[in-house]
Design a protein around this ligand. Sequence first.
Ligand SMILES: Cc1ncc(COP(=O)(O)O)c(C=O)c1O
Length: 344
Amino acid sequence: MLIQGYPDPGEGLRLHLNENTGGCSLRVIEAIRRLKPTDVSTYPSYPDLVVACARHFDVDPEWVLLTNGLDEGILMAAIGHISRARIHDAETIVPTPAFDPYPNSTAAAGATPVRVPPNADLSFPTEGVLKAITPRTRMIFLNTPNNPTGQLISTSDLARISEAAPRAIVLIDEAYIEFGGESFLPQLPRHPNVLVGRTFSKAYGLAGMRVGMVIGQPPALDSVRAVTLPFNINAVALTAVKAALEDTEFLPRYAAQVHESRERLYAACRRLGLQYWESAANYVLVRVGDTTPFIDALAARKIHVRDRSKDPATPGCIRITAGMLEHTNAAIEALESVVAGRQR
Ligand SMILES: Cc1ncc(COP(=O)(O)O)c(C=O)c1O
């Protein structure tokens, strides 16, 4: 039987989807409680939140498109720039390991993803991406920090790639940028072919609300806007994002927990002799070898992590969300007992 939705591991500590493990700001819950019946009975209105987001991220409101999660933004960018343009031999460039919606949206839009593997140390393959650009390249998906490696792409490499492919749309996915790295947003005025993707799901703790943004200059953004449905985000979610933006203390407090959690995970991996990659995001990629017994043993302790071993770029690897310290400590204790059990 196929039931809608992403597979749910059941109750326990969710460290498999890079959510905010501490929950959203309480100001969000209070704002939702203040909603009136007519706020729900009427179709949502977007301009107030678009203007608030533009101010917050220091961009022109005309450059902002709110989407139903960044997932929707990725799909609409592909539909807007590939299907709508009716290009038949279109290709996209997908550096790997990659977030699944890049190849999936490419296929949905009728194009072919050209995968570029990472460097041996899992760093970003700038030269490989530059070499993969052809006249057929319609979109390039760049993710910084990368999910699942946590590696960054430098701003100068992002600029080089966008300049090398002026006829393609370069989607820079910054879903985790609040946890490390430099946003490309200040560079956008010099790059008419770049779209920057952002989300409220991670650092802002609003994954259940489904709100993201695609930001770019009107010629690049208009094709995405043209295929996005007029009422794509619900009224409760709009209220949630507005309240989240107003709570200016929430994000730095959570980012500090994530930074400390990452350090503790690195230290635990060193103690346990597990290879790991330093991450700029709210997760750490760890090589454990045979992942299945490892993941099963953690799940038996009700701790859910993500198996990344099927990806040819990350054999033997799991990805662990780094969130609130109490959750990281619980994960580390479980990792230690699983490794100890394996050695017996
Ligand atoms: C790299 C990356 N981009 C985009 C998203 C989508 O986020 P949203 O919840 O806004 O759809 C995710 C979520 O896991 C992600 O990892």
